[in-house]
Design a protein around this ligand. Structure first.
Ligand code: GSH
Length: 204
C-alpha cells in the first residue's frame, strides 16, 4: 500500500493504524499542500481534492476519507482492536463519534487552513478564522464531555483515541487542551506513549 501524507497532518490518523495493525506501506511525503494549491502532482492524480490521507491499496484502488479508511482497514485485517465489531457494545458510540469528528471537527481545519478559499475579503479573514477556531473549541468541549477515560470509549482502546491524539496537536493545540480538556489530553499522551506509535509520534 502507498500512503500519501505528511508527519503530524491528518495522514497520521491512518499511519498510526497501519503501524498498530503491522501492515506494510510506503509513505509518500507530499510536502506542504498549501504552498501551491493548484499543483498537478502524484497526489492530485489519485485524489481530485489533493488531500491527505490518501491510501492506494495493493490492487491500486484509491481510498480517501480517514473514517472510511479506518473502517476498511478493520475489514481488511478482520480485526476489531481499533474498530469495535458489529456485536460490540461500544459499536454505536464508536460510529457516532467517528463521524462526529470527521463531519464536525475536521472540517473546521479545512475552513481555516486557507481562509481565502471561503472569504474573499482579506480584511474579514482574521475574524472569520477566529470564529471558526472558537467553534472548534466548542466542539472539543463536546468531545471532552463525552470521553469516558482512560480511553475515549472507556476501558476499550479504539481508533477514536488515535483521532484524538492526532487532532489535538492542531490549533488550539495541546496547551489549550491541557487546561480545558484533561481527558482528551490524557488520551493523546497515552496514545503517543504506545510502544508501536512512540517513534511515529516523536518524529519531526
Ligand atoms: N475528510 C478528510 C479530510 C482530509 C483533510 O482535510 N486533510 C488535510 C490535511 S490534514 C488536507 O489534505 N488539506 C489540503 C486541502 O484541503 O487542500 C478526511 O477525513 O480524511
Amino acid at each position: 500500500m502507498k500512503l500519501y501524507g505528511m508527519p503530524h497532518w491528518g495522514s497520521d490518523i491512518v499511519e498510526y493504524q497501519l503501524a498498530l495493525y503491522g501492515l506494510d506501506y510506503a509513505f509518500v511525503k507530499t510536502g506542504n499542500l498549501f504552498d501551491d494549491l493548484s499543483a498537478e502532482d502524484a497526489l492530485r492524480a489519485v485524489n481530485p481534492l489533493r488531500q491527505i490521507p490518501t491510501l492506494v491499496l495493493e490492487d491500486g484502488a484509491v481510498m480517501t476519507e480517514s473514517a472510511a479508511i479506518t473502517l476498511l482497514l478493520a475489514d481488511m485485517t478482520e480485526r476489531d482492536d481499533l474498530v469495535p465489531g458489529p456485536g460490540a457494545k461500544e459499536r454505536a458510540a464508536f460510529l457516532r463519534w467517528l463521524i462526529f469528528i470527521v463531519a464536525n471537527i475536521y472540517p473546521t481545519y479545512t475552513y481555516v487552513d486557507m481562509p481565502s478559499r471561503f472569504v474573499a475579503d482579506e480584511r474579514a479573514q482574521d475574524a472569520y478564522a477566529q470564529a471558526v477556531h472558537d467553534y472548534a473549541k466548542t466542539l472539543y468541549g463536546v468531545l471532552e464531555g463525552t470521553a469516558k477515560g482512560p480511553w475515549f470509549l472507556g476501558e476499550r482502546f479504539s481508533a477514536l483515541d488515535i483521532y484524538v491524539a492526532v487532532i489535538t496537536r492542531w490549533t488550539p493545540r495541546r496547551d489549550w487542551h491541557a487546561e480545558n480538556g484533561p481527558k482528551l489530553m490524557a488520551i493523546s499522551e497515552a496514545v503517543e506513549a504506545l510502544p508501536g506509535l512512540k517513534a511515529l509520534a516523536a518524529r519531526a
